[in-house]
Every structure is written in C-alpha cells, then in structure tokens.
Design a protein around this ligand. Structure first.
Ligand SMILES: Cc1cc2nc3c(=O)[nH]c(=O)nc-3n(C[C@H](O)[C@H](O)[C@H](O)COP(=O)(O)OP(=O)(O)OC[C@H]3O[C@@H](n4cnc5c(N)ncnc54)[C@H](O)[C@@H]3O)c2cc1C
Length: 384
C-alpha cells in the first residue's frame, strides 16, 4: 500500500490532507494534474476523493478552503473538478434507470471468466495496464488519467464489457461511487457523450507518465453501440427537517452529521447503518468501517447523545421515538437500504426522514445536459 492511504479514515486525517494540499490547488494544479507520476508521488493532485466520497469532507468546505487561499481564476480548474462529482451525482439522480440497467447487465455477465480474471489480476501482457490493475487492488486508488487509460484499454483493446470494468473499479476504489464510476466508464465507452469515445494512445501514456511507461501499439476495437440516454426525470423531493426527539442514523454516504440540516431535531441516540449487499474489497470495507466509527464518535460528542448499536427500528422503539433522521443518500446500495427501512418503518409507525444538503439541492437540478452548460452555473453555486 502507498504511503497516502495509510492515512486513517478519520475527519482529522482528511482535514490534514486538505490543508497539506491547499498551496497546490491553484495554477500548479491546473498545470500538473494530468500527470500520473506513480503511487510514490501524488503531490500534483489532492487524493482527497476517498474522504469526499464519504463526506468526511464536504464538497462545500473543500471549495471554501481552496477559495480562501486562491482567487477563483487560479483555482477554477480544481473547483470544476470537485463540481464534476456533484454533476455526475445530479445527472444519475435524475436518470436512475442508468444505474439499474448497469446492475441488470452486470448480473448477466461472468465476473469469474478466465479472461476477466487474467485482466483484473494484471496478467494481460500490456505492462502499464497490468501494473495499474495491481496498483488498484493493492492501494484502492488510481490517478484519474490512469483510470481513463485503463478503461479505454479494457473496452477497446481487450474488448471486454465496460460493465465488468466498472464493477472491478467499484469493488476496489476507496472512492468507489455509483455516479462518478458508472458515468465515467460510460463516458470512456462513448455512451455518455454519444459516439464520443476516449481512446488511450501509447504517446499520451508516455507523455503523461513522464516516460514511466512506453506501451507498444494499442489496438482499438469497436466499442458498445451507443443509445441516447433517457431524458432527465424530476429529482426526488427531500424530506422536511425533523423536529423533536429523533434517532440519528449515519451512513457511509455522509459522515459529517455535525453540518447536516437537522432543523429542530433533538438527537437522543445515534446509530450506524451497516452496509449490506456491497461487494467491496477488504481494504475498502475496512476504510469505510473506520470512517463510520469516526463519524459516530464525532456525532456523539457534537450532539451529546449516546452511540447505540442494533437495528434502527428496534432502537427507535427502545428510545420511544417515532422518527429517524439520516442524510439523503444518492442512487446506490445505501439508498436502496434506506428505502427498505422507510417501508418497514412506516408499517411500524416510525418515519424515516432523509434530509438533503443545500449543496445538492442547489446544484443537481442543473445536471440535465452535458458538463459544459452545468459549468456555466458554477459561479452561482459557490459557497458565499
Ligand atoms: C473510469 C473512471 C472511473 C472513475 N471512478 C470514480 C469513482 O468511483 N469515484 C470518484 O470519486 N471518482 C471517480 N473517477 C473520477 C476521478 O478519477 C477521481 O475522482 C479522481 O481521480 C480522484 O483523485 P483526487 O482526489 O486526487 O482528484 P483531484 O484531481 O485532486 O480532484 C479533486 C476532487 O474532485 C473530484 N473529481 C476530480 N475529477 C473527477 C471526475 N472526473 N469525476 C468526478 N469527480 C472528480 C473528486 O472528488 C476529487 O477528490 C473516475 C474516473 C474515471 C475515468
């Protein structure tokens, strides 16, 4: 494992990583971010994604800190990158069928086929690709450019289904995220911007790895047949803020409960939703479990309420409350678990309130088309 991800999955570690990166977030980031210098040298990028993914750091506070240090013109590249994450979230939220289709298509594919195993175990004979496959499994991280090259070689050179590649990433990335991952794979495959594929070339790899790799010619086979994405549907309405005695339920979708819009809730107990049906690697599961514990500890100190263990509905009954509050979870396995919990709760007289951050509510509705029209809105979405 590389030095970076030996950092603990805590908010304290996340804040110290953010502070260490701040001096680089201006023009230096814009100039150098595309270089993958290898796992031992990540000074040109923030490597904050595992923290932002779990909202150990919120997008808002990251951008606020960067803009306190650099003017918008200098920091705009970094700011835009953070907004890519928000954009993908909003885009998928308004087109949940894209996620469901990926799940259904994946279920029909054989993740254990010998050629797939050889690829994920780094035995293809394409040197750089094999190194990235092992780097991903060993460290839980790949540079953005390596992710693009990897996905391109997977789809167009090795001729494997993109759905299997997306599943491999989701299993091993510490920042593995239904929206950013699925839609980035679709983007490389030419499904996101219709017919516009991303094709890795040996020259580009050599240039942007500063000569660490010199791959031979890379064949480019036809990719999947593009189909127009469905038009955006309306965003699900977030629940109103709670009031009165409430059980706070933390999930790995948002681990900064201290800044959730909790209205007039009186938090009388705090519990965690244990993820189910998630097929993530041991490294990812360990990182997320530690982050959840950190989130619980901080929330308990902040709200002055006890940490409780067990099933959320049973805990609500035990506490005598008819209300559970949690952060709104975007499309993905946790959102599915929350839907099941809300249904079970309504049968037992317990309401599950899913509160959404203003950040998401303000930005997501603009993710109706491509990123470029969304980018125009960024100045209106910046923290005041
Ligand atoms: C095929 C593929 C799969 C990907 N899967 C994921 C994923 O599962 N989860 C994930 O968080 N990102 C994913 N990305 C996006 C991107 O590669 C990572 O967010 C980025 O490399 C994280 O490293 P960093 O924190 O050093 O980024 P930095 O360059 O320092 O950027 C700062 C922050 O901006 C956000 N960001 C940057 N680039 C992107 C992007 N292209 N899309 C969305 N957000 C971005 C991240 O939150 C990141 O922490 C994927 C990209 C590709 C090409």
């Amino acid at each position: 494992m590389t030095a970076h991800f030996l950092r603990p999955a805590t908010r304290a570690a996340a804040l110290s990583a953010l502070n260490a990166f701040l001096p680089h977030a201006g023009r230096a980031y814009a100039a150098e971010r595309n270089y993958d210098l290898g796992p031992q040298d990540r000074h040109n990028i923030s490597c904050l994604s595992p923290y932002i993914r779990l909202r150990l750091l919120t997008e808002e506070e990251v951008i606020r800190a960067v803009l306190a240090r650099h003017c918008f013109v200098d920091a705009q590249k970094f700011v835009q990158e953070v907004f890519w994450r928000t954009y993908w979230k909003g885009w998928l939220e308004m087109r949940p069928s894209i996620w469901r289709d990926w799940q259904a298509e994946l279920a029909l594919l054989d993740t254990n086929a010998p050629n797939v195993r050889a690829t994920t175990e780094g035995r293809t004979g394409i040197g750089c690709f094999d190194i990235w496959a092992r780097e991903l499994v060993d460290t839980g991280y790949l540079h953005n450019h390596a992710r693009m090259w990897f996905a391109s070689i997977w789809i167009f050179t090795l001729g494997l289904p993109w759905q299997l590649g997306a599943a491999f990433f989701l299993r091993h990335l510490l920042d593995g995220d239904p929206a950013s991952n699925t839609l980035s794979w679709r983007w490389v495959a030419g499904l996101q911007t219709l017919g516009k594929t991303y094709l890795a070339t040996p020259e580009n790899i050599t240039t942007f790895t500063k000569g660490r790799f010199h791959p031979g010619p890379l064949a480019h086979r036809p990719g999947p047949q593009p189909e127009p994405a469905p038009p955006p549907g309306s965003l699900p309405v977030a629940d109103a803020s709670p009031a009165g005695p409430t059980l706070l339920l933390l999930t790995q979708e948002d681990l900064h409960a201290e800044t959730l819009p909790l209205g007039k809730a009186e938090i009388v107990g705090i519990a965690a939703l244990e993820p189910q049906n998630e097929t993530v690697s041991t490294i990812v599961a360990g990182f997320r479990a530690a982050a959840l514990e950190d989130g619980l500890r901080r929330a308990a100190a902040h709200f002055g309420a006890p940490i409780l263990t067990g099933d959320a509905l049973a805990l609500a009954h035990q506490l005598g409350v008819s209300q559970i509050v949690t952060a709104y979870a975007p499309i993905g396995p946790i959102a599915d678990q929350l839907t099941a919990l809300a249904e079970a709760g309504s049968a037992e007289g317990v309401t599950l309130l899913r509160v959404r951050r203003d950040w998401d509510t303000a930005a997501w509705p603009h993710a109706t088309k491509g990123f470029f029209p969304f980018r125009e809105k960024i100045p209106t979405l910046l923290p005041r």
